[in-house]
Design a protein around this ligand. Structure first.
Ligand code: CO8
Length: 259
């Protein structure tokens, strides 16, 4: 297993599929894994033939967090000087195409943070989400204290981060962390279908939608609305706008050329 790549890369039409592949470690997020994930995501982001990306794990775990074995002996100077997390995580959040997390089993610590860095979270009924870092004598370090309250509100974010308890898929969906719940055996198919549906729409429009929704978390309402309005106006510069509206009026399916 040591020779196995930490990420398995696949492609289904216009959908890129990345599978976290350290099953014996519950897909613990080693540096090698995060580095590779960043490389593969950036390659797919640059690939004109890909319109959406799915990240998934195994049945048991999406990812159980950072690799505790690797971290145990690190000290402040080491993590500060090597810029742990920022050095290889920030690039994940800069991916411009829609990314779907297909979560089965545990999404804990950095695993939950990875799911929250994605744009949609499709969860199997078996999914469990948590930020249990407090148990280890640390706190969430890849956005858990920031993205979780934005997703589920302060009350639940405090509860999860301070008590280390897990949320099941139902609670996570009610709270707003999860886009949809599906039966475990349908997880990958549902995620791939959602990705294929997104990828068939205009790619520049999907990118603008992602950018604009994310702007809601970075700005006040009037700035966000202005950003949306500029993007909406820009969409009228696309061939895909002409095609989408002409297809509607002609009562046929649109065929987007992604430009
Ligand atoms: N790191 C390393 N190894 C792990 C991890 C992990 N995060 N999680 C599980 N494993 C290993 C176990 O050590 C065990 O190994 P072995 O078979 O050699 O004993 C194997 O995976 C199976 O685990 P368990 O025997 O514990 O299986 P259980 O079914 O009893 O429990 C759990 C599964 C609940 C997932 C349990 O393993 C667990 O609690 N894991 C740790 C979860 C955790 O604390 N995560 C937070 C880590 S800290 C963090 O994520 C900080 C984020 C900062 C930034 C991230 C940047 C990458």
């Amino acid at each position: 297993a040591a020779a196995e790549p930490p990420i398995l890369v696949d492609r289904r039409g216009r959908v890129g599929l990345l599978r976290l592949n350290r099953p014996s470690r519950f897909n613990a997020l080693s540096d090698a894994l995060i580095d590779r994930l960043g490389d593969e995501l950036e390659a797919m982001d640059a690939d004109d033939g890909i319109g959406a990306i799915v990240i998934t794990g195994s049945d048991k775990a999406f990812a159980a967090g950072a690799d505790i074995g690797a971290m145990a002996d690190w000290d402040f100077v080491h993590v500060y000087k090597t810029n742990y997390v920022s050095r290889n995580w920030d690039r994940l959040a800069r991916i411009r195409k829609p990314v779907i997390a297909a979560v089965g089993g545990f999404a804990l610590g950095g695993g939950c943070e990875l799911a929250m860095t994605c744009d949609l979270v499709i969860a199997a009924e078996t999914a469990r989400f948590g930020q249990p870092e407090v148990r280890l004598g640390v706190l969430p370090g890849a956005g858990g204290t920031q993205r979780l309250p934005r997703a589920v509100g302060k009350a639940k974010a405090m509860d999860l981060c301070l008590t280390a308890r897990m949320m099941d898929a139902q609670e996570a969906e009610r709270a707003g962390l999860v886009s949809r719940i599906v039966p475990a055996e349908r997880l990958l198919d549902e995620a791939l279908e959602a990705a294929a549906r997104i990828a068939a729409f205009s790619l520049p429009v999907a990118m603008m939608i992602k950018e604009s929704v994310n702007r809601a978390f970075e700005s006040g309402l009037s700035e966000g609305l202005l950003f949306e309005r500029r993007s909406f106006h820009a969409a009228f510069g696309l061939q895909d706008q002409k095609e989408g509206m002409a297809a509607f009026l002609a009562k046929r399916n649109a065929s987007f050329s992604h430009c």
